[in-house]
Design a protein around this ligand. Sequence first.
Ligand code: ATP
Length: 142
Amino acid sequence: MLYERSAGAVMFYYDGKRTEYLLLLYGAGHWDFPKGNIEENEEELETVRREIFEETGIKNLVFIPNFRHEIRYFYRKKGELVNKEVVFYLVRSYEKEVRLSSEHKDYAWLDYENALRRLTYKTAKETLVRAHDFLASIGGRL
Ligand code: ATP
């Protein structure tokens, strides 16, 4: 079995009234959060920052403290089973303009309900529920 570890972000834009989450359409056809492989000697937060920049062009962001959510799934790569772990952080973006890389086919800033509908996988939906609940719990302290 192969093992992979990625790090990513539930990234949101808050204009003082509404919160929108950024989802990407992966080449394989699923909607998910920005994320990518944790490279050797890289800290999780560094991976998240690097991947967000590579995948969206966004640099102007802030990590929201005390949120970290890990998921696991299995998929097949050229017939071989891959055991994959992805750790998600919560990131506030201060930019809405997205410059996609060739890895993704589309992007969308969506409110909570629509993002929840759009995400392809159950584990990703669960991650969004956690992040949204966390933001609600810190409320005005953003
Ligand atoms: P990364 O963005 O971490 O570099 P990647 O683009 O190589 O990863 P994944 O997004 O992990 O790959 O997708 C690899 C396979 O796993 C695809 O077939 C995808 O449909 C499937 N997959 C992605 N996310 C999930 C999930 N949360 N649950 C189950 N299967 C998933």
